[in-house]
Design a protein around this ligand. Structure first.
Ligand SMILES: *Cc1c(COP(=O)(O)O)cnc(C)c1O
Length: 379
């Protein structure tokens, strides 16, 4: 058996064909033909009022922070169990991240533990739909309404995932996607800002264009373009957008394939869960996910360490994440003795198994067989 890698980004030759088309169009920076195509696709399929391509999800999160005029001392509630960019975008503007506990079943922010964290300084709630499985949006929407704070969805994992019948990314005032090569749909590096609160649309374009009204200029609404606000260079190159557009057209197919792999893992590992040796992801009726991540939760950190080693000997790559932000070298400074036991337990015990577009059912069966051998030996 050849080495089984953890991830390989999906690649299509027609993505390259799209890039070749740019020669005739003679336009390579942001805001061209394919950028508009991608943005239209997102607006139509994710049902958002406005989509803006960015050079990463991190960039889109920074735009959220700028759009909300986040200032020194503002508080932003978010899970600790997430990627650094969720927090960094707001900390860069002087905000204090207030880390909330996750739900053991979904690994998403625990909606029942948010309200007690809201203070007079709270400006926004950032939710992360972990592994493309939605947060409990009924409860989340209730809280942000009651407390009058902004909602941002870090939907980096969640393209073509749903809460009930509405796509993730269409709930927050603002939401973000990642098109990094490790995500379901990618263009190397890229992302999108999704806007549902139209009050943010015009300023978002200015922030993207280095704080200028270049977009008005391109649309013949002004004779000259100039510096009108804060901003940075957040747009996505047309070269990336050309590749991305093909991926978006294939997005349903890619998602379907991942879900087949995901389901096979889920079924094959049932017996280990029945013997209480592992826990599988818990499915919620309200959530339709996109097969972004398949993980198991082991009984202890030691078990996880041993299983990773055993899989490695069998040439199977497995990985884990996240180091909780409240325990990270930089994140510690914001942590005020909050009890995040579930976050820490999950972080210590979660293990992600290979899932990507080129995976075969045969490989999934093989991997599950090896995991079962590991547990048989232990007993
Ligand atoms: C990948 C990821 C990001 C960052 O995405 P980039 O496009 O690499 O900037 C942000 N948040 C979460 C939850 C992610 O998984």
């Amino acid at each position: 058996m050849k080495k089984i890698i953890f991830n390989t980004p999906s690649f299509s030759n027609s993505g390259i064909q799209n890039i070749k088309l740019l020669k005739a169009k003679n336009f390579f920076s942001s805001g061209g033909f394919f950028t508009k195509k991608c943005e239209n696709w997102l607006e139509k399929n994710i049902k958002v009022k406005k989509a803006i391509l960015t050079n990463s999800c991190t960039a889109a999160l920074e735009m959220c922070s700028l759009l909300l005029d986040i200032n020194k001392g503002d508080e932003v509630i978010m899970p600790s169990y997430t990627f650094v960019s969720t927090a960094n975008a707001f900390v860069l503007r002087g905000a204090i991240p207030v880390f909330a506990e996750i739900d053991e079943r979904t690994k998403n922010i625990d909606a029942s533990k948010i309200e007690s964290l809201v203070t007079k300084r709270t400006r926004a709630l950032v939710v992360v739909h972990y592994a493309g499985v939605s947060c409990d949006m009924d409860k989340i929407m209730q809280i942000v309404k009651k407390k009058n704070i902004y909602l941002i969805e870090d939907a980096a994992h969640s393209i073509l995932s749903y809460f009930r019948n509405r796509p993730l990314g269409s709930y927050g005032d603002l939401a973000t996607f990642s098109f990094h090569e490790t995500k379901n749909i990618h263009c190397g590096e890229g992302g999108a800002l999704l806007i549902n609160n139209i009050a943010f649309v015009n300023r978002a374009k200015i922030l993207r264009d280095k704080g200028t009204n270049r977009d008005d200029f391109n649309n013949n609404l002004t004779k000259k373009y100039t510096w009108v606000d804060l901003g940075s260079s957040y747009g996505l190159s047309e070269i990336n957008a050309a590749f991305l557009f093909k991926q978006l057209l294939e997005a349903w197919q890619i998602t379907k394939k991942r879900l087949v792999i995901w389901k096979k893992y889920y079924d094959e590992l049932y017996t280990l869960e029945a013997k209480s040796l592992i826990k599988r992801p818990v499915l919620q009726n309200y959530s339709k996910h996109n097969g972004h991540i398949f993980y198991i939760v082991l009984g202890s950190k030691t078990d996880r360490h041993k299983l990773i080693k055993f899989l490695k000997i069998k040439k199977i790559m497995s990985i884990f994440h996240y180091i909780p932000l409240h325990n990270s070298p930089y994140g510690k400074r914001f942590y005020k003795n909050r009890n995040l036991k579930i976050t820490e337990r999950i972080s210590d015990r979660i293990l992600r198994l290979p899932i990507h577009n080129k995976m075969t059912i045969k490989k999934v069966i093989y991997i599950c067989k090896i995991i079962k051998i590991f547990f048989d030996k232990k007993i």
